[in-house]
Ligand binder design. Structure first.
Ligand code: UD1
Ligand code: UDP
Length: 370
């Protein structure tokens, strides 16, 4: 009798969970696969709210999160935790996602144990190892280790090929984040928050990147506060990241502006629906740069670089940098110019059609069971 192939999916932060849960569900539907999920627990509340929403339950949880954790601790706890798990489980393949330290440390553990890795969301690049930090290094290091590269776009595939990755190991699949988005956004969604803000242009804010902690984040918040105070028909909602350093800066600069609401992180269902109803988004997030083009909501990217140039080409994203004046100018222009705004507010789908997980599952099925 043929043995089931053992597939282990490992993830640990909110964005990885949002983009891996659709794939877990797809793989679980395939005969001949024994699918297991390991959470590293790099995030806690922000991770479990996603797995709960998608009803994906972990077989293993390394539970590594500590408040204010550093890269050394995350890397050490995950590599050691994965060593024991991989020894016990001997998976045929391990799937990791994107660019977090969870993904990098897991891939490294697999490399040490000679276990094949499949990289979901492969090939994104800025070619600046300091930005985003440490994600650009993480994703490039994973590309060196991975056997299968699931690239969301043609451009991501081209990046991989230009680095000498074998074409036969690279597959263009779309981004699984769009699969998730297609299941959450509802026409009939309503919320007390949106009711309270009715009549205002809702500006959605998120910010968390490690390289932005400190002066760049202070600049972002100062610019946002100036613009919101100058436009009484706007209200900003900021579902804050749980990093205590982010909260400290946000409290320091934004707290006394009446039309800026700092709220707890939103459940993915509420967040996607709030995005869909926002007038404009300001963010340093990666995933939001992929989701917003599908929803036709313009985004001001508060970063110096982006590994998601497809959204810039599609016209939905504007890279504003991290200076106070740069963000102030871009934000003000978009609020004051209907022409500029409507040029950006066009629904585009550069990141896929919602079937990325099915494509990845089909590829794995072909590779492992046919
Ligand atoms: C991590 C990823 C980043 C990704 C981001 C998504 C790394 C190095 N960084 O960054 O690529 O964009 O997740 O959000 O992999 N915290 C909680 N509860 C939570 C989550 C976080 O309290 O559920 C707090 C903790 O104090 C924690 C801190 O946030 O120490 C930072 O979390 P960490 O995972 O180290 O970094 P992120 O900035 O979230
Ligand atoms: N998100 C969410 N709740 C929030 C803020 C963001 O569910 O309060 C979702 C968002 O839709 C996207 C993902 O989280 O899918 C982005 O996560 P984050 O910005 O933390 O990480 P990044 O994408 O930058 O790695």
């Amino acid at each position: 009798m043929k043995q089931n192939k053992r597939i282990l999916l490992v993830f640990g932060t909110r964005p990885e969970a949002i983009k891996m849960c659709p794939l877990v569900k797809e793989l679980k539907g395939i005969d001949g696969f024994d699918v297991k999920v390991c959470l590293t627990g790099q995030h806690k509340e922000m991770l479990y709210s996603v797995t709960k929403h998608f009803e994906v339950f972990a077989d293993y949880d390394l539970g590594i999160m500590r408040s204010g954790q550093g890269l050394f601790e995350i890397t050490e706890r995950i590599t050691k935790g994965m060593r024991s798990l991989l020894m016990n489980l001997s998976p045929d393949i391990v799937l990791v996602h994107g660019d977090t330290t969870t993904a990098f440390a897991t891939a490294l553990a697999c490399f040490y144990m000679k276990i094949p890795v499949g990289h979901v969301e492969a090939g994104l690049r800025t070619y600046d190892a300091q930005s985003p930090y440490p994600e650009e290094f993480n994703r490039r290091a994973i590309s060196v280790i991975a056997k299968y590269h699931f690239a969301p776009t043609y451009r991501a595939k081209e990046n991989l090929l230009s680095e000498g990755i074998k074409e036969s190991s690279v597959f263009i699949t779309g981004n699984t984040g769009i699969d998730a988005l297609f299941t959450t956004v509802r026409d009939d969604y309503r919320s007390d928050l949106l009711d309270e803000l009715s009549g205002k242009r809702v500006i959605l804010i998120t910010a968390h990147r490690r390289e932005n902690l400190g002066e760049p984040m202070r600049n972002m918040f100062k610019a946002i506060k100036r613009v919101i105070s100058e436009h009484p028909d706007t209200a900003a909602v900021y579902p804050i990241h749980l990093n205590p350093e982010v909260r400290r800066i946000a409290d320091d600069i934004l707290k006394d502006e009446e039309r800026i609401r700092i709220i707890e992180p939103l459940d993915v269902f509420d967040f996607h629906n709030l995005m869909a109803r926002s007038y404009l988004i300001l963010t340093d997030s990666g995933g939001i740069q992929e989701e917003a083009p599908s929803l036709g909501v313009p985004v001001i990217v508060m970063r110096e670089t982006t590994e998601r140039p497809e959204g810039i080409s599609a016209g939905t994203l504007k890279l504003a940098g991290v200076s106070e004046d740069g963000i102030y100018d871009s934000f003000t222009r978009l609020l004051n110019s209907d022409e500029e705004y409507s040029k950006m507010a066009k629904a585009q789908n550069p990141y896929g059609d919602g079937n990325a997980s099915r494509r990845i599952a089909d590829i794995l099925k072909r590779e492992f069971t046919d």
